[in-house]
Design a protein around this ligand. Sequence first.
Ligand SMILES: Cc1cc2nc3c(=O)[nH]c(=O)nc-3n(C[C@H](O)[C@H](O)[C@H](O)COP(=O)(O)O)c2cc1C
Length: 163
Amino acid sequence: MKTVIVYYSMSGNTAQTAEKIAAQLGADLLRIAPVTAYPDAGAKKFIWGGKSALMGEAPRLQPYKFNAADYDRVIFGTPVWASCYAPPLRTFIKENAPALQGKPFAAYACQGGSGADKALKKLRISLGIEKFAAVLALNDPKDRPAPENDKRIADFCKLLKAE
Ligand SMILES: Cc1cc2nc3c(=O)[nH]c(=O)nc-3n(C[C@H](O)[C@H](O)[C@H](O)COP(=O)(O)O)c2cc1C
């Protein structure tokens, strides 16, 4: 199944996980980013990103190349922001919703400690689907490596390989 991982990452945790999943599934990677970057340090980092997530913003994205017809399946990757998925994914979904309809989706979230369940539920609702083919939540996997993370990534990929 030709798969693309569409993800946003501010500080690299979601990006590193995307690369690990892509290596196991032979998937393509599409990293999206807003035209105006969110502040990534100090208190502003949490205030601006958190506000944007809570307000349901859809920031304009830097140009990207994506043809939904090239893929059978999409995996979304996001950091958890204020128990929401990151706003750049909202823009991507809005821009590509009709073309994505009917494809199987999976998703993973990187969090500091909690909120991934809520964020993934909100993502699922935004996509208008009942269920993801597979889900995964990891705690800062790049910044705080834990031995079980690679096993959990492998289990996530195994489920998707079986599809
Ligand atoms: C604006 C903002 C809001 C966040 N909100 C949460 C949260 O609600 N729950 C949580 O566990 N972590 C939260 N975090 C931490 C990130 O989800 C976590 O560090 C994640 O691994 C970062 O992924 P990245 O390196 O791909 O950007 C937040 C981080 C930012 C910048």
